[in-house]
Ligand binder design. Structure first.
Ligand code: HEC
Length: 109
């Protein structure tokens, strides 16, 4: 069968977008953070808790990793302001959120 180039390109696109996310795939928390969380958490925009502010993060980290993750996934209203679900990026997977939260904690304790 003769495949013209448009079909060929479409097949390539399908192959790329459908490739399975293998569990061995490394998710880089820092990359996720810089892309999706830094716009608020680097500067305190919208009253976000600034990354690296150890005093500010102490009581948050004390809640435990799972609470921080669930607040990041579901969003929540805190004393400072509103943390939107997944930082407003609904395409982020739970694993990507977890990696970003892990990164924030590493930088803030
Ligand atoms: C639109 C701004 C904004 C973006 C984008 C954003 N956050 Fe937040 N985040 C906030 C604000 C505001 C708070 C503080 C809420 C409070 O406690 O008053 C917060 C708090 C948090 C907390 C602390 C939760 C707790 O229980 O104390 C975590 C963890 C967090 N964000 C993770 C993330 C991650 C991960 C991302 C990226 C995927 C992200 N945030 C993106 C605004 C943002």
């Amino acid at each position: 069968m003769k495949i013209d180039w448009i079909t060929y390109i479409l097949l390539c696109l399908v192959a790329i977008s459908c490739r399975p996310q293998t569990s061995s795939q490394q998710i880089d928390g820092q990359t996720i953070y810089s892309k999706y969380c830094a716009n608020c958490h680097d500067t305190g925009f919208q009253n976000a808790q600034v990354i690296g502010d150890k005093a500010g993060w102490q009581s948050r980290i004390a809640q435990g990793f799972e609470v921080l993750v669930s607040h990041s996934i579901d969003g929540y209203m805190g004393a400072l302001g509103y943390m939107p679900p997944r930082g407003g990026h609904f395409g982020l997977s739970d694993r990507e959120i977890r990696a970003a939260v892990q990164y924030i904690i590493q930088q803030s304790q």
